[in-house]
Ligand binder design. Structure first.
Ligand SMILES: [Zn+2]
Length: 342
């Protein structure tokens, strides 16, 4: 637990429970999005499978620790591909994840089957259930069966940012552990100490991730800056009404080389438009994400109108909503950008 950030009392409590061999078989990690609940869950898993545990800490060095921290998630083309337990390199540590807005019943059924197996090489099996609030009633009821009588060696950790939307019967079978947001300064320190970020990159990543620990750690500062400067260009072309440049940018964004970062790039654009809107409206300065380029943003704010900025935010939002159904991203981006130039 020593490499985790924030929520010290939670870390201490979990370590104590593991050390005493009293960790409940069903846990619910509740609290706002992006504060490291999943990182904590995997740390608990490591603590349980570590072969050289020292008191209440996983050693972090043994083969079990290392493998339990390695998870390669595939990108899903279809929802069916999400209907399984995804294991880390350790056969006793796995996760089920939602596909878009649903944690599918077949994922829970797959979990149920795995939950009844004895551990392969450790003394426990740990399963993380990501975004547990995305289960519908049928999936919840399927999980209930497993929660009622889990084998003593199986631990389930449900992660939820909106625990109120979980069925009460689910909540009552779990011990709830509540997480609090991580202060920005602590997140920066963590990025510098544990992820080798420069202080400047740490400040940037902490801010643009909106304080989300997981997202901040995933940011690659150099490529973030590249994507951002491309989107700054889009914003400035939109303000000037330059359609040709915008269509070129859409082409670029959908090119094979950049396809995988598409959604991330769109998020960055949304953040920039929102920042310019905040500056334009002299609104809440502390909410500005891209503080390091505030001057450039202020220039764009000068030449834009708050009405068009608000309109663009709405259009980007509705494009993001449409990701749920299968859309042609190239056509959708063309439409968005041309719409922005109108
Ligand atoms: Zn270990």
């Amino acid at each position: 637990m020593k490499d985790l950030i924030g929520n010290k009392t939670v870390a201490e409590k979990l370590s104590r429970l593991v050390e005493a061999g009293r960790l409940p078989n069903a846990l619910l990690f509740a609290g706002p999005e992006g504060i490291g609940k999943k990182l904590f869950a995997f740390e608990v898993a490591r603590l349980l499978v570590c072969t050289r545990r020292e008191g209440s800490s996983a050693c972090g060095l043994c083969s079990a620790c290392k493998r339990a921290g390695e998870l390669a998630m595939p990108k899903f083309e279809k929802g069916e591909e999400s209907e399984q337990v995804f294991f880390t390199q350790h056969p006793d540590v796995g996760i089920v994840v939602p596909y878009k807005r649903n944690l599918r019943i077949n994922s829970i059924r797959a979990l149920e089957r795995e939950a009844y197996f004895r551990p392969y090489e450790s003394s426990a099996r740990v399963f993380v259930i990501e975004d547990a609030e995305k289960m519908n009633d049928a999936a919840s009821n399927a999980l209930l069966k497993t929660l009622e009588e889990p084998p003593a060696t199986t631990h389930l950790i449900l992660i939820a940012s909106r625990e109120d939307t979980l069925l009460p019967t689910i909540r009552s079978r779990c011990q709830t552990i509540r997480f609090a947001p991580v202060p920005l300064a602590d997140l920066e320190r963590h990025l510098i100490d544990s992820c080798s970020f420069s202080p400047e990159d740490a400040a940037l990543a902490a801010r643009v991730s909106g304080g989300s620990v997981g997202r901040a750690m995933d940011i690659v500062p150099a490529s973030f800056r590249n994507q951002r400067s491309a989107m700054l260009h889009v914003l400035s072309a939109a303000i000037k009404g330059n359609r040709r440049e915008l269509l070129g940018a859409s082409e670029e964004m959908n090119s094979a080389a950049n396809k995988d970062e598409y959604e991330e790039t769109l998020e960055i654009l949304q953040g920039l438009v929102h920042d310019v809107w905040l500056i334009r409206n002299r609104a809440n300065e502390v909410a500005i994400l891209n503080t390091d380029i505030r001057n450039e943003l202020a220039e764009l704010a000068e030449s834009s109108t708050s009405q068009s900025l608000a309109g663009w935010l709405e259009q980007i939002e509705s494009l993001k909503e449409n990701f749920i159904v299968n859309i042609n991203k190239k056509i959708a981006t063309d439409a968005l950008f041309v719409g922005m130039a109108a």
